[in-house]
Design a protein around this ligand. Structure first.
Ligand SMILES: [Zn+2]
Length: 377
């Protein structure tokens, strides 16, 4: 019987991303009418409410988040960047941008982003103490694009990276980060690029975001060579391609690495209705991928699998993907099924293409570089 932890906090919905028109900062004189930033609370609110309404919440161990300390953040971020976010978020009306023009800092976002990272920290602590088997932190803002010195892609602090360093601090020295968000986990990769104690594996849409990032030749540097894996899947990839990548790259990489903990950068924006990518996963895809990852965690690290919410921008479909994921993580089902299952079945039936198979094979060729005997940093 698995015990699954769940972290959520109303403040996660209070991270204020302002009046951008989707991705574009409002600029009336340039012809950009104010609207709603695409990274807004709605999808996350609906995920939480569906977890509650489905009855699943009652089967989870609710864990209260806390704010990550500056000392915990500066294990992965430089001090001046942390102070920049703090200073900006104290301004009336919020501050500027975390780095790339798409990542607003709202008033108070510093504390909320610390609460997001701290939610992951609390889940990792609970898993290390065997209070839970696995867990999911439904947090905002997301984190996997943030590098040591810069926020980007709506991300302020890299919560997954902070959680990985926290795990190592607790003695879980070998940490694997699986990232199936539709966009490249560039920040996490950059933070651990030369570190063989943290294996990063990113499945994402090729050439999507960040631009020109996440190619297979990005394979780590120095002592970390071999410990960054990328599977840049062509636009239009769906169930068959992602499952093939799980079997050919993710699972064998985890088996070779033998982690003490698996972290999951859990974006749902490879879902078929997502506005920020062009992949075709369904709720059933996320369920099947989760089953494989849970199996790997049980085989390799006492079931320890901790997930951080990342992307997922369809307010209407993302909640069903998240529910399928969380049901599978907890080893249970609810009365709620994907109401669009019949509609999306045709997308999910798309067979593996030679182009998808080739890039997956290219990534699989790099697996022998992963050793199981590297020393922890
Ligand atoms: Zn994303």
């Amino acid at each position: 019987m698995r015990t699954t932890g769940y972290v959520f906090h109303p403040e996660y919905l209070w991270h204020d991303t302002g009046t951008s028109a989707g991705l574009m900062p409002a600029h009336p004189t340039a012809g950009i009418q104010p609207a709603v930033h695409i990274e807004n609370p709605e999808a996350k609110r609906r995920i939480h409410e569906l977890i509650h309404a489905s009855g699943l919440l009652g089967e989870l161990v609710v864990i209260e988040p806390r704010r990550a300390t500056v000392a915990e953040l500066t294990r992965v971020h430089i001090d001046t960047y942390v102070q920049h976010i703090k200073t900006q978020s104290e301004l009336r009306g919020g501050g500027g941008d975390a780095g790339d023009g798409f990542s607003p800092i709202g008033r108070g976002s510093y504390d909320i982003a610390r609460l997001a990272a701290g939610g992951l920290i609390e889940l990792v602590t609970a898993a290390a103490q065997d209070d839970i088997t696995n867990g999911y932190a439904l947090v905002r803002p997301p984190g996997h694009h943030a590098t040591a010195a810069q926020g980007m892609g709506f991300c302020l602090f890299n919560s997954i990276a902070v959680a990985a360093r926290h795990a190592q601090h607790l003695g879980l020295t070998r940490v694997a980060v699986v990232d199936w968000d539709a966009h490249h986990g560039n920040g996490t990769q950059a933070i651990f690029n030369d570190d063989p104690s943290v294996l990063t594996i990113s499945l994402h849409q090729a050439g999507c975001f960040p631009p020109d990032s996440g190619w297979t030749h990005e394979n780590g540097i120095g002592d970390g060579l071999g410990y960054a894996l990328n599977v840049p899947l062509p636009p239009g990839s769906g169930h068959a391609a992602y499952l093939h990548a799980m079997h050919q790259v993710v699972l064998p990489a985890l088996d070779r690495f033998a982690p003490d903990l698996i972290l999951l950068a859990n974006g749902f924006d490879a879902g078929v209705f997502d506005p920020l990518a062009r992949q075709m996963l369904t709720a059933a895809s996320f369920r099947d991928m989760t089953r494989l990852l849970v199996g790997a965690a049980e085989r390799l690290c006492h079931g320890r699998l901790i997930a951080a919410h990342e992307g997922g921008y369809s307010p209407f479909y993302t909640p069903y993907c998240a529910l399928a994921f969380l049901e599978e993580l907890a080893g249970t089902t609810t009365h709620v099924t994907d109401p669009l299952a019949a509609v999306v079945a045709g997308y999910a039936a798309e067979p593996l293409t030679p182009q998808q198979e080739a890039v997956i094979e290219e990534a699989a060729q790099l697996l022998p570089r992963i050793q199981t005997t590297v020393a922890a940093s």
